[in-house]
Ligand binder design. Sequence first.
Ligand SMILES: Nc1nc2c(ncn2[C@@H]2O[C@H](COP(=O)(O)OP(=O)(O)OP(=O)(O)O)[C@@H](O)[C@H]2O)c(=O)[nH]1
Ligand SMILES: [Mg+2]
Length: 333
Amino acid sequence: MTIDIAQLESGIVKGDRRALSRAITLVESTRADHRAAAAELIEALKGANGVSREALRIGLSGTPGVGKSTFIEGFGGMLTAQGLRVAVLAVDPSSARSGGSILGDKTRMDQLSRDPNAFIRPSPSQTHLGGVGRRSREAVALCEAAGFDVVLIETVGVGQSETVVAEMSDLFVLLLAPAGGDELQGVKRGIMEIADIILINKADGDLKLTARRTCADYSGALRLMRKRPQDPEGFPKAMMVSALESTGMEAAWREMQALTDWRRENGHWAARRAAQARYWFQEEVRQGLLARLETADARAALREMGEKVALGQTTPAIAAAALLEQIGAADAT
Ligand SMILES: Nc1nc2c(ncn2[C@@H]2O[C@H](COP(=O)(O)OP(=O)(O)OP(=O)(O)O)[C@@H](O)[C@H]2O)c(=O)[nH]1
Ligand SMILES: [Mg+2]
């Protein structure tokens, strides 16, 4: 593809969806010239109109089948009905998504995918999580520049992807299914700690009672957690929703807004974005170092020195220092 950065930039700023799509394809590319063009585009958009527009970025996580797609369809539709523009991005580790669920999403987000105020971008096929973070973060930045009010970043609740999504979100929402008390233990503590709002989905029909109990259990568990400085009284909180019946959506949105307003007024919103920028900078450095290990020379050296270490001809520390020296990443101390 021929890349006209200025054209992409003006298209995005005007909210042209085709320009946005093409730009996202660009940031997803691993080709060196595309990477350079993507970096230039992101940099150019940062100063678009002299202000960088801020969307509300909502991270949304939940295990397969919990109802993420159904929730996004209902929640996104409620937002667009209020005149808000909504972008939906997905962040998935390579193994998490089967071909089937993309097909499923087409039907589960049928209304939203045809809504002129919504933009849905399915996740690209991924190689490793390191690259996923950058690409998704840049896609978020593009949606923000395109004037979307809300960017929903969905991830399936496996592995490290929640952390990656939390690091690019202003709010983190965890979707859970109704379950017996024993299963409360099943949610990893780390995920509870990054959640701002826990939504117990499927609070309808036969599941309603169980959902109520699950919600009470989580409310109790959240109250026992140490209060975080970024939370007003009562947060993080657990609530019930039914994505299928579209109930609880307005209440959930109200709480998200209340939390957002409080954080903005108390400086936590800006502080979080600043901390995230710092995190992504460090992550880029880490990824850059790792990439240096991926060259043919570095790989050959790794093999060779690994062999010497195995044979006892040198020590792991000395071999490592030599290799780092060779790739130009030696410890200067
Ligand atoms: N009863 C009930 N069923 C629901 C609700 N939300 C989703 N479901 C059902 O749960 C199933 C999975 O819903 P999805 O929205 O595809 O779940 P998902 O989290 O996107 O799943 P993956 O994309 O596979 O990770 C579907 O059969 C939905 O109809 C709900 O609020 N109530
Ligand atoms: Mg889904």
